[in-house]
Design a protein around this ligand. Structure first.
Ligand code: 5AD
Ligand code: FES
Length: 349
């Protein structure tokens, strides 16, 4: 099968009839099983800090939100979380935080990366827009993957969701810079944004192809009460956003085949079985939170964030049971690299 047309993609994404949705997800799951096997990779998610210089209109940790306590984990705390992830057999971690551009922050992350190197984990960073030089320094210090969601590939919608200082073009340029630095590059979008159309979502998948993404992280948009977007927007219902989020996973798996796709935690915020449904719609990565529970409530990007008071060890057993309950096997202790990355970087390709 060649790359589906935009009409085909938006047709899939917009399905709402229960039987048709089931058939779409089953096809995508069969594709995932054929390309990747009945295997799920784990990433321990470390929410390293909620200090953010940006003011995205949908995001709970935006700079103007005074309704939360800002925190930054110390190097020791991050290393402890990474060690916990390694001991839990997760094989890789994602270090995520609000967006900060400064030499002190760049150096702090370099030191963290060097400190966790002996753990031999796959390391993904999700630290927003930075200069190519910063991306290179973090790559040299041991990070191998980077997640930077484009949020929406529609420049007009992007402009409506972000303050004027944010540039869609710069974000795309950051994704290109990450490629040049040799990262496995992840991007993604939110589904069900106010004003977003099925065609926008279809074009998002074409964007993933054009940028040649190795990893995709997508989830439903969930209004956060302390944000301007929640106050003004009437858009898709929560039920529709959940359905769009799952259909996007399925359509992306069918279109892009060998990329890593995460079953985002935001799915679980809208449905207790959201992550399992994401896996059954074609996702192959789950990101259990390994941040010390005392900080988790301060890292709320959206409302109803799940697992706020779980201690991370309990989550491990719970997740393993959940994954095995749908007939999948957890890949313990391996970095879980993107098959697409190896296909595109193989000598002779
Ligand atoms: N609902 C869903 N996802 C959100 N994110 C930020 N705010 C929200 C929200 N209100 C997502 C963005 C960002 C990622 C870290 O979290 O896509 O890239
Ligand atoms: Fe959160 Fe288990 S994964 S409670």
């Amino acid at each position: 099968m060649g790359f589906p047309s935009l009409e085909e993609l938006s047709g899939w994404i917009g399905l709402s009839d229960a039987e048709a949705v089931r058939a779409l997800h089953a096809r995508a799951y069969a594709e995932k099983t054929a390309v990747i096997g009945r295997r799920v990779s784990m990433r321990g998610l470390i929410e390293a800090g909620n200090v953010c210089a940006k003011d995205c209109r949908y995001c709970g940790i935006r700079a103007s939100n005074r309704n939360l306590t800002r925190y930054q984990l110390t190097q020791e705390e991050i290393v402890a979380s990474a060690r916990f992830a390694a001991e839990s057999g997760y094989g890789s971690v994602v270090i995520q935080s609000g967006e900060i551009e400064s030499e002190a922050h760049t150096r702090f992350i370099e030191e963290v990366l060097r400190a966790i190197a002996p753990l031999k984990l796959g390391v993904t960073l999700s630290l927003g827009e930075q200069t190519e030089e910063v991306y290179r320094r973090w790559r040299d210090a041991g990070a191998t993957r980077y997640l930077l969601r484009i949020e929406t590939s529609n420049p007009a919608l992007y402009a409506a969701l972000h303050p004027a200082i944010c540039s869609f073009d710069r974000r795309v340029e950051c994704l290109r810079a990450l490629r040049r630095c040799g990262y496995q590059v992840g991007t993604g979008v939110m589904a069900g944004l106010p004003g977003q159309t099925l065609e926008d979502l279809a074009r998002d998948i074409a964007f993933f192809r054009d940028i040649d993404a190795d990893m995709i992280g997508m989830g439903p948009y969930i209004p956060h009460p302390d944000t301007p977007l929640a106050a003004e927007a009437s858009g898709w219902s929560a039920e529709a956003a959940l359905r769009l989020g799952l259909n996007m996973i399925a359509a992306t798996r069918l279109a892009l085949r060998d990329v890593n796709i995460a079953a985002a935690t935001a799915l679980q915020a809208l449905d207790p079985l959201g992550r399992e449904k994401g896996l059954l719609a074609g996702a192959n990565v789950v990101m259990p939170n390994v941040t010390d529970a005392k900080y988790r409530a301060q890292y709320k990007l959206y409302a109803n964030k799940p697992c706020l008071d779980e201690n991370a060890a309990l989550c491990r057993g719970c997740l393993q049971r959940r994954i095995e309950s749908i007939g999948e096997t957890v890949l313990w202790g391996v970095p879980g690299d993107s098959a697409h990355f190896f296909a595109r970087t193989r000598p002779g390709m």
